[in-house]
Design a protein around this ligand. Structure first.
Ligand code: GAR
Length: 220
């Protein structure tokens, strides 16, 4: 049975969607970089091993990364899932886990890297927003994209409304991609996400629901 490990910083709703998905693997541990991350209590209540590695206790980013990497290796995971993990990881860390480190990011990459992605999308006036799952590489939010889900931006959306609509898709997309990896149907090859033929048929894009006025026009 393959083993996966989840890294979180806060609420843990993506972590929960992964734990609830009945993935073909064992969750070896959930590690948080903040003792107050709500997701840790949730994982504990499911009987999953949890650990806190508080970044504030380390003199440098490199020292934190190295402690985190050693803790991860202790659990010997095949797959590491960043799920709302809000620390930038250095090159050495990323290279150590290359090919088995995934992240979910709340935008249609390569647009809107970094933080406050929903505010960035609203400010840019895009009509389509969403989320992406990608392999992690040293370039922040810049690794090979595996799958995306798109949602329309609606008139009157504020940050919270848009974030909530994207989050629904995150909870569907991330477990799907994690499953592909654990089933051996997804790998990082020559700097690109390589999906099995079957996935290419199923599609690595979730197409948005059209707003009613557009749906009507399209069917007329
Ligand atoms: C999610 O929207 C996730 O995509 C985002 O943080 C939120 C965490 O929520 N991650 C990033 O912005 C990473 N750059 P959660 O703790 O409920 O899963």
């Amino acid at each position: 049975m393959k083993r996966y490990l989840i890294l979180i910083s806060g609420r843990g709703s993506n972590m929960e969607s992964l734990l609830d998905a009945g993935l073909p693997g064992v969750c070896a541990a959930v590690i948080g970089n903040r003792p107050d991350a709500a997701g840790l209590a949730l994982a504990e209540s499911r009987g999953i091993a949890t650990m806190v590695i508080d970044h504030r206790g380390f003199a440098s980013r490199e020292k934190f990364d190295s402690a985190l990497a050693d803790a991860i290796d202790h659990f010997a995971p095949d797959l590491i899932l960043l799920a709302g993990f809000m620390r930038i990881l250095g090159d050495a860390f990323v290279e150590r886990f290359s090919g088995r480190l995934l992240n979910i990011h709340p935008s249609l990459l390569p647009s809107f890297r970094g933080i406050k992605t929903h505010a960035q999308a609203l400010a840019a006036g895009v009509r389509l927003h969403g989320c992406s799952v990608h392999f992690v590489t040293p370039a922040l939010d810049g690794g090979p994209i595996i799958a995306q889900a798109a949602v329309p931006v609606q008139a009157g959306d504020d940050e919270a409304a848009l974030a909530a609509r994207v989050l629904i898709e995150e909870h569907l997309l991330y477990p799907r991609v994690a499953r592909w990896f654990l089933e051996g149907r997804l790998q990082l090859l020559e700097g690109r996400a390589h999906l099995s033929d079957q996935i290419a048929v199923e599609g690595a894009l979730h197409v948005p629901q059209l707003a009613p006025q557009f749906a009507q026009r399209n069917s007329a």
